[in-house]
Design a protein around this ligand. Structure first.
Ligand SMILES: [Zn+2]
Length: 164
């Protein structure tokens, strides 16, 4: 549905194709708006660009729904032919640079690329706002008794060491 054929990239002058995408990722309740540049490097296809958009999330603390802005870069490399079959579909080429194996497919699945990229761009802890961050801080303080118990264990250990 939202994909770019490799032959369409390669028939462009310089084998570079820039295309604009604006669609909904239903599974994530997200809207993405992106201009992506596809560049054929022979055996590899490099995809770069920027993504803007919005995603509907649920706050991890208060469980209320909220909207978070999406604003991140895309930098992906695809291998046309299976080069690293035994290592699975994704191989690290150099620090932080992964190559996705197209497994002989003749097109880049842009929907899947943006779907995966949106997931990777999300913070581990989803918090609706600053007020809710303050709530998190109070929650941390409520864990204090557990910390105090740990302190006691540390003291016991220390005394044991000293008596030896
Ligand atoms: Zn919240």
């Amino acid at each position: 549905m939202y994909s770019v054929k490799i032959k369409d990239i390669e028939k462009e002058e310089g084998k570079v194709l820039t295309q604009h995408f604006n669609f909904e990722i239903k599974e994530l309740s997200a809207n993405v708006d992106s201009s992506l540049t596809f560049k054929s490097l022979g055996e590899f296809i490099e995809v770069t660009g920027h993504v803007n958009g919005e995603i509907n999330l649920e706050c991890d603390i208060c469980l209320e729904p909220y909207v978070q802005k999406l604003d991140f870069d895309i930098d992906e490399t695809y291998a046309k032919t299976t080069l690293y079959g035994e290592y699975g579909n994704e191989v690290e080429l150099r620090n932080g640079q992964f190559v996705t194996d197209l497994n002989g497919a003749d097109e880049i699945d842009v929907y899947d690329l943006l779907y995966q990229s949106v997931i990777l761009s999300l913070p581990n802890k989803k918090v609706c706002g600053i007020n809710c961050s303050e709530g998190l801080f109070i929650t941390d303080e409520e864990y204090q008794p557990a910390d105090e118990r740990l302190e006691i264990f540390k003291n016991v250990e220390l005394k044991d060491n000293q008596s030896k």
